[in-house]
Design a protein around this ligand. Structure first.
Ligand SMILES: [Zn+2]
Ligand SMILES: [Zn+2]
Length: 352
């Protein structure tokens, strides 16, 4: 009797499978319609409490190629507005895939002019323009030299822009919204509107001068972003009593492996680069010292060098936990940390 049931069940499953196979195209199209509905009605901001300060990670990588990590990008969400810090390669795509409202972006502040911090600007500017019918160019701020980059990228994308307008018309892609405008900033308050204050401070990324970090204060909450820097007392001074310190990370012991391996297999040039980069980036232990000295509520690592498989990531932070007793986290693309100012932090990932 039991055997008959089994055969009957297998028969039903077989017929269902057969029908499913014959109708697979209709099923696929149905799933795609549902996906489109979900993607186009997604409202990420509704899930981000209006009285919290949110810090999103649109790129957590570095110049070293990584399939998992786009290059440097952090987005701060305060009072319904978005402030982007650096836009490395691939990070603009992440901002879109995270569901960030592109029309709410006030501007992009570059920490310095290393290419892994601005290479995403070109493609992102096009996405923002076409995706939100922007009427004004994207504002890009950064250290002296930033206008050379914005003007250069505008020239690179000019021909493409004429095609976009010809395809879709001025109402969809207004000429006035094409490209970006650049403006140089120096240490001090660089934005102060509606209670949102952004302060730039000089860091040590020698020979790059100036290289900046940024601190954002809003509604009694704050985040300090290190940019790329070697250890400098300026970090703790700038980050003093911040809720969150976002620091770059370079694992010297892992980079030493890359240096030694490069030399061993006959790539002295690469070995030299892996040796050099250890001098102008901060170690996890030094970042922990900054977090402790500044009395911050949490330490989040980004700009991860090198990117390693997830199960091995615990080794990236070295001895940091013995030098700073607060929470320490290695961030991933799509993560968002929400700060309520109570010393508690919640994290979710908008790419999963
Ligand atoms: Zn960098
Ligand atoms: Zn750099």
């Amino acid at each position: 009797m039991r055997k008959q049931w089994l055969w009957a069940a297998l028969g039903v499953a077989g017929v269902a499978g057969g029908v499913g196979y014959v109708k697979r195209d209709a099923i696929a199209m149905n799933l795609i319609q549902r996906g489109a509905d979900a993607a186009m009605t997604r409202n990420v901001m509704a899930g981000l409490s209006a009285d919290q300060l949110h810090v999103g990670f649109c790129g957590t990588g570095s110049p070293l190629p990584s399939r998992e990590r786009a290059a440097a990008c952090t987005v701060v969400i305060a009072g319904g507005k978005l402030f982007v810090f650096d836009m490395g390669g691939g990070s603009g795509n992440n901002l879109s895939l995270m569901g960030m409202p592109l029309d709410k972006i006030v501007g992009v502040w570059l920490t310095h002019l290393h290419s892994d911090h601005f290479e995403g600007l070109g493609p992102f500017t096009l996405q923002r323009w076409a995706g939100s019918s922007a009427k004004t160019p994207l504002q890009v701020f950064g250290p002296e030299g930033v206008m050379e980059i914005t003007e250069g990228l505008n020239a690179v994308y000019r021909i493409d822009s004429t095609y976009r307008i010809a395809h879709h018309g001025e109402a969809v892609v207004p000429q006035s919204g094409f490209g970006m405008t650049g403006a140089a900033v120096s240490p001090g308050v660089v934005y102060d509107t509606d209670g949102i204050k952004i302060t730039a401070f000089a860091v040590d990324h020698d020979p790059i001068k100036p290289a900046l970090g940024y601190r954002v204060d809003w509604n009694g909450k704050s985040v300090t972003i290190s940019g790329d820097t070697a250890f400098t007392p300026a970090l703790a001074a700038a980050a003093k009593d911040s809720d969150l310190f976002v620091s770059e990370l370079l694992s010297q012991r892992m980079v030493k492996i890359l240096e030694n391996t490069s030399r061993k297999v006959g790539h002295p040039n690469r070995a030299k680069i892996f040796s050099d980069i250890q001098n102008y980036h901060i170690s996890p232990e030094q970042a922990a010292d900054v977090a402790k000295a500044a009395n911050v509520g949490m330490l989040a690592f980004t700009h991860i060098v090198p990117s390693v498989p997830k199960p091995l990531e615990f080794a990236l932070t070295g001895d940091a936990a013995s030098r700073y007793s607060g929470p320490i986290k290695i961030m991933h693309d799509g993560d968002v940390i929400s700060i309520s100012g109570t010393g508690k932090f919640t994290t979710k990932n908008l790419l999963n």
